[in-house]
Design a protein around this ligand. Structure first.
Ligand SMILES: Cc1cc2nc3c(=O)[nH]c(=O)nc-3n(C[C@H](O)[C@H](O)[C@H](O)COP(=O)(O)OP(=O)(O)OC[C@H]3O[C@@H](n4cnc5c(N)ncnc54)[C@H](O)[C@@H]3O)c2cc1C
Length: 447
């Protein structure tokens, strides 16, 4: 070791420090692992929005400091297919503040956080050896038994096959104007070759973002991008309130926004989580939610690989199927939203998005005749185990529990008895619980 280099090890090494990384790191600490996380701040300033539901999952993930950086819920105006509505609200997030607070949450949970760049790593006999560079430029050697790749869209993927949607890029420009509204607000508007998202914070800063496909919309030279974006926003009525008396600040930053699913998600001693595993369309406004969804399952998967290697194949199957299922569900939701935009049937931007990833409906119709009980991997006591679950065409991964009730034995009894399902449920759980479960099963089309 030379004078500038430092050596550290942990059971789990995590590259990157966004919401997926920190949710996984805290989950692994709760299981008793030593965890080291290496992250550098994102190189641009961005604002994003999340719903109340995401705020709740952040609370249970242990993001106590991070949620303090979220703005109170603010109105979101949407102009889509020529119609304007203001039904939704969202919490705006300044990502740099949020990401730094996430690292503090990780530290509070006992995670060793190194603020610096994860440079490269290689497999060694008992795990991984990696090189990082601290914010002060010192080189750091780190090692761990298990590697979690959580560098978001920046994660290297050269050796991985990937499913990709039409190429999309979001041109992000910060603007500065008077702090003329006490409440933050945001807006979305579609246009012939893309869509725009705009946000204003209470301090007067504004973030304007235009998503286009550069194969369809040619961009000007870099030094003309700010003017080009200004002209584009001047044509959008939702943008007027954001650019009035305001001026662009700094340069336009291009954020890759193509939807991507990595096919190689998990091995015996590594896993990809969050955007490094699958990145959804920013149009959904659900990226943080989906990245946390894959991350919340990762601790049990990693725990199984390390503590119960005989279940390795099961754990990999569990994770792979869940991430893929989530990706296609988000992709089809985005496709259906694009189908609602019908003002520009000739536009290649919209046409390509109306049929990707496929034409399969978001939900397959429920049919009680197709309900089956099957063995599938589930999370049981923080480990991936096999259990009897109820499988339907729309829920191929299976439903294990509903409100704490194991469903497979209940469905077996309903099938066995030649009486109305509700009668069987009342016999099993009493009137109130039986009715509640009966209503749920009916709503899902299972009975
Ligand atoms: C244009 C655009 C708009 C979006 N808007 C929204 C929105 O409104 N709402 C929403 O919910 N989602 C939105 N998203 C999606 C959201 O940003 C991501 O889905 C989410 O942040 C993914 O979390 P993550 O933890 O997987 O990765 P990230 O949040 O990307 O975290 C990865 C971290 O790793 C760090 N890192 C990268 N490389 C290295 C390295 N070599 N060494 C060390 N650290 C490294 C990065 O700096 C970053 O801090 C948007 C995405 C885009 C592209």
């Amino acid at each position: 070791m030379d004078g500038n280099s430092d050596m550290h090890d942990a059971q789990i090494l995590i590259a990157g420090g966004g919401p997926a990384s920190v949710a996984t790191a805290i989950g692994l600490r709760r299981l008793g692992y030593t965890v080291m996380l290496i992250s550098q701040p994102r190189p641009f300033s961005a604002v994003e929005g999340v719903s109340d539901r995401v705020l709740q999952s952040m609370k249970s993930a242990g993001f106590h400091q991070a949620i303090k950086t979220l703005a109170p819920p603010s109105p979101r105006n949407v102009t889509w297919n020529g119609l304007t509505s203001a039904a939704n609200t969202e919490h705006l997030i300044e990502r740099r503040l949020f990401d730094e607070a996430l690292l503090q949450d990780a530290e509070t949970a006992g995670v060793r956080v190194i603020r610096g760049r994860f440079r490269h790593c290689q497999a060694v006999t008992d795990g991984w050896q990696a090189e990082a560079e601290s914010a002060a430029g010192e080189s750091i050697s780190v090692s761990g038994h298990f590697l979690v790749e959580a560098r978001g869209r920046a994660a290297p993927a050269a050796k991985t096959t990937r499913v990709r949607s039409s190429e999309t890029i979001a041109l992000l420009q910060r603007w500065r104007g008077p702090a003329d509204t006490p409440l933050a607000h945001s807006a979305v508007q579609s246009c012939a070759d893309g869509w725009a998202w705009m946000a204003q914070l209470a301090d007067g800063s504004r973030y304007l973002q235009l998503a286009v496909d550069t194969r369809i919309t040619p961009l000007p030279a870099k030094n003309q991008l700010t003017d080009w974006c200004r002209q584009r926003f001047e044509q959008l009525h939702q943008a007027h309130a954001f650019i009035k008396n305001a001026e662009p600040e700094g340069e336009v930053y291009a954020r890759a926004s193509t939807q991507i699913l990595c096919e190689d998600l998990i091995g015996e001693n590594y896993i990809r989580i969050g955007d490094a595993a699958m990145a959804v369309d920013p149009l959904s406004g659900n990226g943080i939610f989906q990245s946390m969804s894959s991350a919340l399952q990762a601790p049990a998967v990693i725990h199984t690989l390390l503590q119960k290697p005989e279940n390795t194949a099961l754990a990999r199957q569990f994770y792979q199927a869940r991430v893929e299922g989530l990706f296609y569900r988000f992709a089809r939701t985005g496709r259906d939203f694009c189908r609602l935009e019908q003002q520009w049937p000739e536009s290649e931007f919209w046409a390509s998005r109306c049929h990707w990833p496929d034409d399969q409906p978001l939900h397959l119709p429920a049919d009680p005749q197709q309900v089956e009980v099957a063995r599938r991997p589930v999370i049981k006591n923080h480990l991936i185990e096999e259990a009897d679950v109820v499988v339907t065409p729309d829920q191929p991964l299976g439903i294990w529990h509903v409100n704490g009730i194991e469903l497979a034995p209940v469905m077996a009894q309903i099938k066995e008895k030649t009486q109305p399902a509700l009668k069987t449920l009342t016999e099993l759980f009493g009137e109130a619980r039986g009715k509640m479960l009966g209503d749920w099963l009916k709503g899902q089309g299972l009975v």
